[in-house]
Design a protein around this ligand. Structure first.
Ligand SMILES: C[S@@+](CC[C@H](N)C(=O)[O-])C[C@H]1O[C@@H](n2cnc3c(N)ncnc32)[C@H](O)[C@@H]1O
Length: 223
């Protein structure tokens, strides 16, 4: 079930090219696709993605940050009624969200595949972990809130690490123009296909940004 909330006005980020035919869109859909596994996200693809984001890291904050940059994730947390103690922001990049997230949660950690991104993290970033979201160094069910902003969806690993009553916060800063974008429907479908469980979502927009807060309806008893 997907609940749509009214959209809010916001500042559009605008002008950094288009997602059409963007290689990262192709990878996003591959990774989220039903059955995507180790044979899809292989060492060659990991290397391609890491090399790309390492190369973008030095200019990431300067070209992405602006005063209203975190409005979509904050709106998702507020209107999505997200609560929890242990929060992982995965694919956090340079942690532009840290200034607005670090005081909201008791335990907030950021992880990214790209050491380049983490090494350019903003002042005040939370503890940083260099890790691959397809295989996280975490115990089962230990995350209350998983924040994915403009990041791939590794549905089986999300299911493993997320607490039974946990929240997935999905943000696309430029909505469908974001290269790493999935619709709310596609996020739910990917999670349901990978887990065999039912998931529900609440979704809205802030300017051009889209967000979804996704939770399990029930966990697959066979897990
Ligand atoms: C489009 S950037 C978004 C960065 C940040 N969330 C933002 O919105 O500013 C995608 C980030 O995901 C990271 N990433 C890609 N694949 C990953 C993986 N398998 N595990 C962890 N991080 C990954 C990249 O290195 C990059 O920093």
């Amino acid at each position: 079930m997907i609940e749509k909330l009214p959209g809010l006005d916001g500042v559009d980020e605008g002008t950094r090219g288009t997602a059409v035919n963007h290689r990262m869109r192709e990878v996003t859909e591959l990774v989220a696709g039903a059955g995507a596994g180790a044979d899809t996200w292989d060492s060659s693809l990991v290397g391609e993605v890491r090399t790309l984001f390492d190369s973008l890291a030095p200019d990431w904050t300067a070209t992405r940050d602006h005063p209203r940059r975190n409005a979509p994730v904050l709106d998702a947390l507020d209107r999505g009624a997200v609560a929890g103690r242990t929060v992982l922001e995965l694919g956090a990049g340079t942690c532009i969200s840290a200034r607005d997230l670090r005081d909201r949660f008791d335990c907030y950690v950021a992880a990214d595949l790209s050491w380049g991104m983490l090494s350019h993290a903003v002042d005040g970033a939370p503890p940083l972990v260099c890790a691959d979201g397809s295989s996280l160094p975490l115990a089962d069910s230990m995350i209350d809130v998983l924040i994915l902003q403009n990041m791939f969806l590794f549905a089986a690993e999300v299911d493993r690490c997320l607490a039974d009553d946990g929240f997935v916060v999905w943000v696309n800063s430029r909505g469908p123009e974001t290269p790493i974008h999935l619709s709310c429907e596609a996020v739910v479908a990917s999670l349901e296909s990978a887990t065999g469980s039912s998931w529900r979502a609440v979704t809205s927009t802030v300017g051009e940004a889209t967000w979804a807060v996704v939770r399990r309806e029930s966990r697959n008893a066979a897990r």
